[in-house]
Every structure is written in structure tokens, then in C-alpha cells.
Design a protein around this ligand. Structure first.
Ligand code: HAM
Length: 431
């Protein structure tokens, strides 16, 4: 017997009524981002592998072990192949598009947002999938557009706090840090390596490996036995040059002016190589449906990314919200009751009334009402049950109703039955 086919591990189907919540979240994001002057960008779901190797960084977990990469042949029998990768994130793609379409020539600050799936071959668990959705945005441009200003960092963070409040997330927390300039970071990594050398043998196997390959990753380790050592490691704040310190102080001052609460977390270095200066994450409290995956969104500044991709200098800052995690949070916090009932269920009494019922539904739908039609084969009791599940009211279409033009409408919440003239039905159902 052939095995039944299922969605691949780490991927999932999104079905109604849950998709209504996804649409609500996306509509809210679009509405909020529009108020801040963002426009939508849609980049391809797969890109040249080199984009992520150079942009996100060869040594990161994402590039070294989580990408879906394949050799794509120009022809089936061809030897020449191009290495392609399903995008694990979208910042590199947006910056590639910025360079490719010479958006710098506009001289204007670019404010771009995106909504779409990303792919990482991680171990699946609650809030962590192999295909997941991000709602993200990037602000970038030539230096003379003000793209490197601390005002932009604060504006993006203030927009996120507004979005989370409007969409209905409760108890979120903002953590911020500065990882300094592209010269501060290597100095700090060298200091970390030095500090880790004499103590790493006392750490977990995972952290021993990270201490070798990517010492910054040690800082986000949650391994309980290693926390004391990690707390004693050098802090990035002590390695920032004066310009980065000043920039960070300005970001914090602007957040204070806007009343956006935050905590500075010196261990927040994030797992992608392109970050410079400001980095941040928004988390939700335990019990918000995310288990251990409590980072709802993350982002930061990437002043050197365009040059890493052979583009012009184009400082920028952005973020990506884990949409799957945002949905889980809203469900757990029961914040948004968006499951909406239809305006009416049209119930034909007998097969002979099907055509008349469909014509009535057509009329109501044209008037903008959300309507479902039953079937003449249903007994009255079955029509009532189906209608009660789906709609606020049921409209009965029988022989008498059709000849008299007076319809019987059952209202489920009021529990009453009313006679309504067909000419007044739309107005009645809207009320
Ligand atoms: P990231 O921290 O790798 O940053 O991902 C951002 C968010 O995507 C995470 O906080 C999380 O909510 C969600 N996420 C990541 N991996 C998964 C997964 N396997 N399953 C479910 N959700 C996940 C970035 O991707 C950067 N591009 C953000 C950015 C934009 N930085 C500057 N601009």
C-alpha cells in the first residue's frame, strides 16, 4: 500500500479560521507601516547562494547548516550549474535589489517592507519551523539621505511598539544593544576569544564549539551551567568607539522622548554577521504561547552590508517579525477575536427552491453582504444547525416566500423570527 502524503516536517498548512488572524495581522502591519511612509518590496524566494554566504556570513548557523541549497542546471544534460538557495531571511535580498535597481541614484531614503515565507533547516518545535513567515522592513539609503542617523533607529523601534500595541500583543519587552562599528566588532571578538581560552574547557560541548567557531554565539547561550562564566566575559559596550557610543546614546534618548520602554541587554549580539551599532529584539513573557522561542522579532543596523555585496555605501536598519510567533502569541493571549460570522445563511426549502435561493444570495452578495447558501435537500433542522454555526441570521426561501416576496428571517443571537419584505432585506441584514 502506498503511504499517505503529508506536509514535509517543519512546514504546515494554514487553514480557516486561523488564516483570518493572519490576514488581520498583515492588514494591521500594512496600515501602520503606511503611516510611516513605507512601500512594499517583493523579492524572489530563491537567490544566488553567494548572496547569503557574503551577506549573512559564512560562519553563521544560518549559512553553515540551515540553508536549503541546490545545484540548478541550465539544461537537464548540462554540466554548468548555479548554486541557488531558498531565502533564509530577506535583508540580503532587499539590499541586493537596492544595488541592482540603483535606488541610491534617487538620493532618497528608501523605506521598504515585505511579508513572506523564509526557509531554515532548523529542528522544528513550537514557534520554530522550516518554512516560516516574516513581516519585515528596511530603511536604507546613501549617507546624505540621513540613513545612518540615530533618528531612524528610534523611528523603527517606535513604529514596532505602535504596531505591537495596535495588533494587540500584551506585555512585550524591548531589549536593545549596540555592537559597534565594523572595526569595534573584530576587536571585541578577539577579546572574547582571549577571555574564553582559559575557561572554555569548563563549558558545555556546544559552547566549547562556539568559542572556536563564532564566540559571539556563546553570549546568547541559555545553558544554565555556563551562565556564570558568560556573565564574567568582556562586554561589547567597553569596546565601542566614541562615535558608536554617541549614536547609541542618541537612540536611547529618542526612545525616552517617545515614551518607548526598553532595557539594554549587553549580551544581545544577534546571529547574523551584517550587524553594526544598534541591535534589538522584542520578546513576550512566558505563557504567551511560544515556549522557549520567546523572540517575537529581531533586527538592527547594517551599515556595511551594501559594500559587502559590492554595492555603494548604504547604511541601513531593519527588522523582521516572526509572523508565526506573533500569531501563536495572539492566540495564547486571546487578544484578537477576529473569527467573524457571515451576515446570512440562505436556506432553500426543497430542491425546487435552489435556483431562487442562489439568485437571492447573488443579490445580497452584490450588496456587499457575506452569505452562504444551504441546499434544498437539507431538512429544516439541518439548515438551522448549519446556519447557526456559520451566520448571524438565516433567511428561509420557500414557495410562499418566493410568491409573496415576504421572507422569514431567523436571528440566532436574539432568538427571534421576523417577516421582512424582500425589498427591505439588505437593510435588515446590515443592521
Ligand atoms: P532573525 O532574528 O534571524 O533576523 O529573524 C527574525 C525573527 O524571525 C525572529 O525573531 C523570529 O521571530 C523569526 N524566526 C526566525 N527563525 C524562525 C523559525 N525557524 N521559525 C519561526 N520563526 C522564526 C532576521 O531574519 C533579520 N533579517 C532581521 C533584520 C531585518 N535585521 C535587519 N533587518
Amino acid at each position: 500500500m502506498m503511504a499517505t502524503l503529508k506536509a514535509v516536517r517543519g512546514t504546515r498548512d494554514l487553514l480557516p479560521p486561523e488564516t483570518a488572524l493572519w490576514n488581520y495581522v498583515e492588514a494591521t502591519a500594512r496600515a501602520v507601516f503606511a503611516r510611516y511612509g513605507f512601500g512594499e518590496i517583493r523579492t524572489p524566494i530563491f537567490e544566488d547562494t553567494a548572496l547569503f554566504a557574503r551577506g549573512v556570513g559564512e560562519e553563521t548557523d544560518i549559512v553553515s547548516k540551515e540553508m536549503y541549497t541546490w545545484e540548478d542546471r541550465t539544461r537537464a544534460d548540462s554540466d554548468s550549474a548555479q548554486s541557488l538557495t531558498l531565502r533564509p531571511e530577506n535583508t540580503a535580498g532587499v539590499v541586493r535589489a537596492y544595488i541592482e535597481h540603483k535606488l541610491a541614484d534617487t538620493g532618497m531614503l528608501q523605506k521598504l517592507f515585505y511579508i513572506g515565507p523564509q526557509f531554515r533547516r532548523e529542528r522544528p518545535q513550537r514557534g520554530r519551523y522550516r518554512q516560516f513567515w516574516q513581516i519585515g522592513a528596511e530603511v536604507l539609503g546613501p549617507a546624505w539621505s540621513g540613513a545612518d542617523s540615530s533618528l531612524r533607529d528610534a523611528e523603527v523601534l517606535e513604529m514596532l511598539s505602535t504596531f505591537l500595541n495596535e495588533v494587540g500583543v500584551k506585555g512585550w519587552k524591548l531589549e536593545v544593544n549596540s555592537v559597534g562599528s565594523s572595526t569595534d566588532r573584530p576587536r571585541y571578538i578577539a577579546a572574547l576569544r582571549e577571555a574564553l581560552a582559559p575557561v572554555k574547557s569548563r563549558m558545555s560541548a556546544d559552547n566549547q564549539r562556539r568559542a572556536e567557531t563564532n564566540p559571539l554565539r556563546v553570549l546568547d547561550s541559555k545553558e544554565p551551567g555556563d551562565q556564570e562564566i558568560i556573565d564574567g566575559l568582556p562586554k561589547i559596550a567597553d569596546f565601542l568607539d566614541d562615535a558608536s557610543k554617541e549614536h547609541f546614546a542618541q537612540v536611547l534618548a529618542a526612545l525616552d522622548a517617545c515614551g518607548v520602554a526598553y532595557t539594554v541587554n549587553p549580551r544581545l549580539v544577534r546571529g547574523l554577521d551584517y550587524y553594526t551599532r544598534t541591535t534589538f529584539e522584542f520578546t513576550v513573557p512566558d505563557g504567551s504561547g511560544l515556549g522557549t522561542q520567546n523572540a517575537l522579532l529581531g533586527g538592527g543596523r547594517y551599515d556595511g552590508l551594501s559594500e559587502m555585496l559590492s554595492g555603494p555605501k548604504a547604511p541601513g536598519i531593519g527588522f523582521a517579525i516572526g509572523e508565526d510567533r506573533l500569531i501563536l502569541t495572539l492566540q495564547a493571549q486571546a487578544a484578537a477575536a477576529v473569527e467573524k460570522k457571515l451576515d446570512a445563511f440562505v436556506a432553500p426549502m426543497g430542491m425546487g427552491q435552489n435556483a431562487a435561493a442562489l439568485a437571492l444570495a447573488q443579490e445580497l452578495r452584490r450588496a456587499g453582504l457575506a452569505v452562504e447558501v444551504g441546499d434544498g435537500s437539507f431538512r429544516l433542522k439541518k439548515s438551522f444547525e448549519a446556519a447557526d454555526k456559520l451566520a448571524r441570521r438565516m433567511v428561509i426561501v420557500g414557495e410562499d416566500e418566493v410568491s409573496s416576496g415576504i421572507l422569514t428571517v431567523k436571528d440566532f443571537s436574539a432568538g427571534e423570527q421576523t417577516k421582512v419584505a424582500r425589498t427591505e432585506l439588505v437593510g435588515f441584514l446590515r443592521a
